[in-house]
Design a protein around this ligand. Structure first.
Ligand SMILES: [Zn+2]
Ligand SMILES: [Zn+2]
Length: 341
């Protein structure tokens, strides 16, 4: 049985499982409109997850065939995975911010060998040791047909109301977790009369008990030096100012007092940046920094793929420190090392 929760005011959530993932599930929101139900995110592309989504919609008195539209908070597969199947079943439109739409187009058009070359060059530049790089260099690229993410057919424009008949749902651009992440502000009185301004569908941007991953925006064709952590911190302040009565996140559970959760996360990142400066009293490559940073388990127990994610997160923090003038690259070092200033 699909876990369905009625949040009131024509909003329900369905728990759609993410296979083999400690997060457990994605909360897919079903928002009633005058033209039929609209989904906020769709869940992981897996037969069991699809069945769970379909059963949950039936429990809500509707079905995949009746979906009017799909609004995607960001391109990650636990959010956008089933969008293509929903569109096939119903003819629904799929809306996404242009920056994440560009990532979907790139994922569909970039050959797998290009990704492998890019990833190994990037990790080598970050100071990854040879034993970490060897499997990447030996990997045989293969395309997996059918797994390409669905192209969106509508663009979510920051600050604008989405075309949802009978509802007021405004797009709030919150880059950081991905460059095109959006939160969606339901500008309607809270059905339980909680104090504050409407409700906020927060995707992965603001979660009650998890700090979302902030890495680099990976793009083999763009060498722009972005600052995703800086983007994320700005985006946090933006949603804190909205002061929603309730937050409806894409994982875990709904919560109130967005402002204090925002403060917690801002403090967490400030403390982490300060902690990194202590490590950077000696010059370190991004890889060495990642090895010394605090994770949810010792470095030796972190699996291969998660190490890549950890290095990306270390680099995002280095970018922020460099941008703040608190660290800098050591001239002539190769691979490049960074040191506190
Ligand atoms: Zn995500
Ligand atoms: Zn997620």
């Amino acid at each position: 049985m699909t876990q369905v929760y009625d949040h009131g005011g024509g909003v329900r959530s369905l728990q759609v499982p993410i296979p083999d993932n400690p997060l457990g599930h994605t909360l897919v929101y079903v928002v009633d409109t005058d033209r039929g139900p609209v989904l906020i995110d769709t869940g992981w592309d897996d037969p069991a997850s699809w069945d769970t989504l379909a059963e949950g919609l039936t429990a809500c008195g509707t079905s995949p065939e009746e979906i009017h539209g799909v609004v995607i908070t960001h391109h990650h597969p636990d959010h956008h995975g089933l969008s293509g199947r929903v569109r096939e079943a119903s003819g629904a439109w799929i809306a996404m911010h242009e920056a994440d739409g560009a990532i979907v187009r790139r994922a569909r058009s970039t050959r797998p060998e290009r990704w492998l070359t890019y990833m190994s060059a990037k990790l080598e530049a970050a100071g990854a040791p040879e034993d970490h790089l060897a499997p990447l260099r030996a990997a045989r690229p293969r395309s997996v047909p059918g797994l390409a993410p669905a192209l969106p057919d509508r663009e979510i424009v920051p600050g604008e109301l989405l075309a949802l008949p009978g509802r007021r749902l405004r797009a709030i651009w919150t880059p950081g977790h991905t460059p095109g992440h959006v939160c969606l502000h339901l500008e309607e009185a809270h059905p339980g009369r909680l104090p504050g301004h409407g409700r906020l569908f927060s995707g992965d941007h603001l979660l009650p008990e998890i700090t979302p991953h902030i890495g680099l925006y990976e793009d083999p064709d763009d060498a722009t030096v972005t600052d995703p952590l800086g983007d994320y911190l700005d985006s946090l302040e933006r949603v804190g100012r909205l002061a929603p009565a309730e937050v409806l996140p894409a994982h875990q559970h709904a919560f109130t007092d967005a402002a204090s959760r925002v403060r917690e996360l801002l403090t967490h990142h400030e403390d982490r940046l300060t902690g990194l400066l202590t490590l950077l009293t000696e010059p370190l490559t991004p890889w060495q920094l990642a090895e010394r940073m605090e994770w949810n388990r010792p470095w030796a127990q972190i699996r291969y793929g998660s190490r890549n994610i950890a290095v990306s997160e270390a680099e995002a923090h280095l970018r922020r420190l460099v941008k703040l003038g608190r660290a800098e690259a050591v001239a002539g070092s190769e691979p490049v090392t960074y040191v506190a200033v």
